[in-house]
Design a protein around this ligand. Structure first.
Ligand SMILES: Nc1nc2c(c(=O)[nH]1)N[C@@H](CN(C=O)c1ccc(C(=O)N[C@@H](CCC(=O)O)C(=O)O)cc1)CN2
Length: 285
């Protein structure tokens, strides 16, 4: 990882943004190690991601933020400068199926995902042993219509107490409330086990099997109050055929789900995903 800081920004598009941004970075004694930009001509919105490395003298993140603020104000930017060396704190939520959780924890342990996981939350006990094998705290909070509100209060408190940057729904099969979605906007990634917008809901493989599709897929998206409608980050598909049972689709889908979620998580952790209304701009390496 050569970069020390990642600048992300979006603002109304106009001439001179790139020149001013790169000029400021040079003035701050830093170098640009990579830069991506996109102008959405339909909305007139401009998006940019810049990877930055101090040249000779050390530069702090707060220094750079203070220097950058006047440029951001001039263009009316929504912006952030992230310290790329600081691992994000991720809370993983899971129900019965642990294939995505297992994949994420393995990639983290192997250094493929620059993050730390202070805790796992589940409404079932099935993933306890896997979580314990990584010495990670496990919160078993069953959800019923009676306990849902209290469970969400505990969830929001845990997110604050643990200073969580991101929540990953790694096959967590409970719908988060509107209040939780508003409070956590842009900070919750879900893996949906279909190629959205097809087959929304809790049983997409059964729907796909009944339809007789030839491709199944998985979709990683930011969570909003509108079930399975959030901005899409990443999608993948796999070929299936008439001879496969619904259970075969589930088995094939597991690998598509875990790879798609891991790809989306890595893109988010590297600040490569910018929200563009109900869609995303994704600056891949
Ligand atoms: N506010 C949101 N919450 C969640 C979303 C989302 O998009 N917005 N995605 C789900 C995950 N999911 C599909 O990917 C999903 C999960 C659960 C259900 C569902 O209907 N659940 C039933 C209960 C099912 C059960 O107990 O097994 C329900 O909640 O009544 C649909 C889609 C995660 N949360």
């Amino acid at each position: 990882m050569t970069e020390k800081f990642i600048l992300t920004l979006s603002c109304p598009d106009e001439p001179g943004i790139v020149a001013e941004v790169s000029g400021l970075i040079a003035t701050a004694g830093c170098n640009i190690t990579s830069s991506n930009q996109y102008a959405d001509t339909a909305t007139g919105q401009f998006f940019m991601r810049v990877a930055i490395r101090p040249l000779s003298e050390p530069v702090s993140c707060d220094d750079l933020r203070a220097r950058f603020a006047p440029v951001a104000d001039k263009f009316g930017m929504d912006w952030a400068i992230h310290d790329a060396s600081k691992p994000q704190r991720v809370l993983i939520m899971v129900s019965k199926f642990d294939h995505c959780l297992m994949d994420i924890l393995y990639r983290m342990e192997r250094g493929a995902l620059h993050m730390e996981v202070p805790a796992v939350v589940s409404n079932h006990k099935d993933a306890y042993q896997l979580t314990a094998s990584y010495n990670i705290a496990y919160h078993h909070w069953p959800v019923t219509p009676e306990t849902k509100a209290e469970q969400e209060q505990k969830l929001l408190k845990l997110i604050d107490d643990e200073q969580i940057d991101l929540i990953v729904l790694a096959r967590y099969m409970q719908v988060l409330s509107n209040k939780a979605c508003e409070r956590l906007a842009g900070k919750v990634i879900n893996i949906h086990h279909s190629f959205l917008p097809s087959f929304k809901g809790a049983a997409p493989y059964q729907q796909a099997h009944e339809k007789g599709v030839k491709l199944i897929g998985a979709t990683a998206h930011y969570v909003t109050a509108d079930l399975d409608e959030g901005p899409i980050i990443e999608q993948n598909v796999a070929r299936v055929n008439h001879a496969m049972e619904a259970s075969d689709l589930v088995a094939t889908g597991r690998d598509v789900e875990r790879v798609t979620l891991a790809e989306a998580l890595k893109l988010h952790l590297e600040h490569r995903v910018l929200l563009n209304g109900t869609k995303t701009v994704v600056f891949k390496p």
